[in-house]
Design a protein around this ligand. Structure first.
Ligand code: SF4
Ligand code: SF4
Length: 196
């Protein structure tokens, strides 16, 4: 993969985009890694209109695709949007071109981590890590364990406490974690393929 080449300046005085330094291979790389053809996007914005998390995003989903098409690697990898996206696929269902936008976001998150980009939403990354930890340990997400570990990590013990107590009262969270029977098969997923 080619090294990141961020644009030095985005907009000129007459409001035209200036690509002083562009990663010409970004769209090609993202397409290969995500398995979806983002160049089919014609920017109808149906994805953004359907997205339940659009208000928390700094760029709507199609603008992320545009950044990738323009080769603006740093702007895409350091965006809040790629971390706000929960991969619900609501946008893909609406997309007339069948573009897997969630896969593009997941690929950008992966590259952001691999390349040491500035993570715009560190709390969300912490939460992802705790979910993966739980799946690796039990083969499933133990919600109470995830929340306790996450809160210890971010030092926010009392945020959303009322929600947690209501979930416990309604038995939406198990106190005790249970492990799936075939835990070995799950654990193998966490071992890099060249070490298996
Ligand atoms: S719905 Fe599909 S084609 Fe329309 S802007 Fe979004 S990704 Fe592009
Ligand atoms: S997959 Fe991401 S971008 Fe698409 S609708 Fe869900 S949260 Fe929004």
């Amino acid at each position: 993969m080619n090294p990141p080449k961020a644009a030095l300046k985005l907009w000129s005085a007459d409001n035209r985009i200036v690509l002083a330094e562009q990663d010409r291979f970004l769209a090609r790389d993202i397409q290969r890694l995500s398995g979806t053809n983002l160049n089919r996007c014609y920017h109808c914005r149906s994805c953004g209109n359907a997205c339940p998390f659009i208000r928390g995003m700094d760029y709507p989903p199609n603008a992320i695709i545009r950044l990738v098409q323009y080769g603006l690697r740093r702007q895409a990898l350091e965006s809040h949007t790629i971390w706000i996206c929960v991969g619900c696929h609501t946008c893909s269902v609406q997309c007339p071109m069948g573009i897997d936008i969630a896969a593009i976001m997941a690929t950008l998150r992966r590259l952001a981590l691999e390349e040491g980009a500035m993570i715009a939403e560190t709390n969300i990354l912490d939460f992802h890590r705790e979910v993966l930890h739980s799946i690796k340990q039990y083969g499933r997400a133990h919600k109470l364990g995830i929340m306790l570990r996450y809160k210890a990590r971010v030092h926010q013990w009392f945020a959303d406490l009322d929600v947690g107590l209501r979930m416990l009262a309604k038995r939406k969270m198990d106190l005790k974690a249970s492990r799936v029977q075939a835990i070995d098969e799950i654990t193998r997923l966490f071992i890099p393929h060249w070490k298996r």
